[in-house]
Design a protein around this ligand. Structure first.
Ligand SMILES: [Zn+2]
Length: 543
């Protein structure tokens, strides 16, 4: 019986344009086991390269010269750099040094699966992982176990090793992936105009990915339950669909843990819930999590005490072995599949909104915020709506257009959420206060200026290079035309959100909660205590 495997495209956020193309093709059980064997060899070579890198790092750090180099003051940068560079060369702790090691470690039987260029890429990857430990960005490296494996591998060129080619001539519809001697057929969705456009470009190199499907019976899975995906990294520029034509003008953006305010120079402003259509099936997820927990307990009763708590390890006891039954693995896969589907849907929604924004203007302004800081306070909504990922999606689309710009404004200097344009004063708002209300000049005392929309407007009028506002008079003129626009956006959001039942996300009180004092200070995210919110505010916007 023939199984399928998919090919799809990748887009990265680097400035160099690359293309993508999704395609898929059949894989029979023989080919499935060949691919599995290839990936196992890749894993083993990666692990040995990583071990080699860590060994070299350990030796280098044990050298007294390492401590001497660390003692050189940071002000004497050339001497410091030179001392560390000398140590790295001596111990072979460099990308090139590991390429040399890869030559030695790629023994005969591994060479039957992995060509020299692929080994070089693995060596670079191992070096980068070890280097993060060296420079203090990470505490340890992760070796890949047999169960988990390594799930991606890439070549360096499309002329040898792992490569992709299209059949020439009249049968030019068939694509092939070659690895070693085997050829894996690739079905390509020629109906997709993006793919059609992409495949005209030269392939720079190929990346092969795999992931576990929910079961071997799942669509596209091989007999082991693995789905293979190929990413082509192509030269040139991706297709710009006619509907995604780039707009003209400035667009101010303001992101919240789950919301985004969009204020373009022309056209209506909007206040949206990020990835609104995303519908996590909380019941299914919770049920699977409970099942997983039950199965873990049933498989490992010796690790729990009479009250059902995990037993503490005795002193000197080594690592505990947790047994995993087949059923447990099956449940874990099903849970992982629901999460993966949700992530894919979110990615698609983020991309769609990013394109919508690009249609409004080609000069985007956004505050540079630490999304990691938000994760601590608003773990649940940030995890689901992923504002940081959304900014990445916008950056990706901006990079693809080649002419558009994205200005990330430092909140440290501008403090947009505290500024009042009428009197020029800065007043801190608690995080729960979602409306701009100036105590100095009384702007917004009618409670109609939503804070996010106001910040987004301020971002759109700010000079992004000098970080200064235009004169008070100019701001006033601009504001007169904008005020109605922002209230219209607020009204539209109020109507839409109350119909959908997520008014509180925007800090807009519902109909029943519409007492005057509640209107004054509506509560937003209930997860953050006021102390945490204050701390967060200080961290984000130091005075
Ligand atoms: Zn004011």
């Amino acid at each position: 019986m023939e199984r399928m495997f998919y090919l799809e495209g990748a887009c990265d956020t680097s400035q160099r344009p690359r293309l993508s193309s999704p395609c898929h093709g059949p894989v029979n059980p023989r080919q499935a086991s060949q691919l599995h064997a290839h990936f196992e060899c890749v894993r083993q070579l990666y692990n040995s390269l990583l071990a080699e890198a860590m060994k070299r790092l350990k030796r280098m750090k044990a050298d007294p010269a390492w401590q001497a180099a660390r003692r050189i003051p940071r002000s004497d940068k050339p001497a410091r750099t030179q001392a560390f560079a000398r140590l790295r060369t001596h111990y072979g702790f460099s990308e090139y040094g590991l390429h040399e090691a890869a030559k030695r470690l790629r023994t005969k039987w591994l060479a039957e699966h992995i060509d020299s260029l692929m080994a070089q890429k693995l060596a670079s990857r191992a070096y980068q992982a070890a280097n993060r430990v060296c420079v203090g960005q990470a505490r340890r490296v992760r070796f890949r176990s047999k169960g988990r494996g390594l799930d991606s591998v890439e070549g360096k060129t499309n002329t040898s090793g792992l490569r992709f080619h299209l059949q020439a001539g009249a049968d030019g519809n068939q694509g092939w992936l070659s690895w070693h001697d085997e050829q894996f057929p690739v079905l390509i969705d020629w109906q997709d105009e993006v793919v059609h456009h992409a495949l005209k470009s030269r392939v720079k190199y190929v990346r092969l990915l795999r992931h576990w499907a929910s079961s071997p019976q799942a669509q596209g899975a091989d007999c082991r339950g693995l789905v293979y995906t190929v990413q082509l990294l192509l030269e040139g520029h991706p297709l710009q669909k006619p509907k995604n034509r780039l707009g003209k003008g400035v667009v101010g953006l303001d992101l919240g843990p789950s919301t985004v305010a969009i204020v373009p120079q022309q056209g209506p402003a909007r206040l949206l819930l990020l990835a609104e259509e995303l519908a996590p099936d909380a019941r299914t997820r919770r049920r699977l999590q409970r099942k997983l927990e039950r199965q873990r307990r049933a498989n490992n009763p010796e690790h729990y005490d009479a009250q059902g708590r995990i037993r503490k390890r005795a002193t000197g006891q080594g690592r505990r072995r947790w047994r995993e039954s087949r059923g447990y693995q099956k449940t874990r896969r099903r849970l992982a599949t629901t999460e993966r589907k949700l992530a894919a849907h979110r990615r698609s929604l983020h991309g769609k909104l990013a394109h919508e924004i690009m249609r409004l203007g080609d000069d985007l302004r956004i505050e540079k915020v630490s999304y990691k800081g938000w994760q601590r306070c608003f773990g649940k909504s940030v995890g689901l709506r992923a504002p940081g990922r959304f900014v990445d999606a916008v950056k990706c689309v901006v990079a693809r257009t080649r002419t558009a710009q994205l200005h990330e404004i430092s909140p440290f200097h501008t403090r947009l959420s505290q500024y009042c344009h009428r009197c020029g004063n800065y007043t801190r708002k608690p995080l729960a206060q979602r409306f701009h209300r100036c105590p100095h000049c009384g702007l917004g005392s009618d409670g109609l200026i939503q804070r996010d929309l106001y910040s987004a407007w301020l971002a759109s009028v700010l000079d992004p290079i000098r970080l200064t506002f235009p004169s008070r008079g100019q701001l006033d003129i601009h504001w007169q035309s904008m005020e109605a626009c922002l209230s219209a956006a607020l009204e539209a959001t109020r109507e839409h959100a109350s119909a959908q039942g997520f008014l509180r996300r925007f800090g807009i009180p519902g109909v029943r909660a519409c007492r005057p004092e509640r209107l004054a200070d509506p509560q937003q995210e209930p997860t953050a205590s006021s102390e945490v919110s204050e701390a967060l505010l200080v961290a984000q916007e130091p005075l």
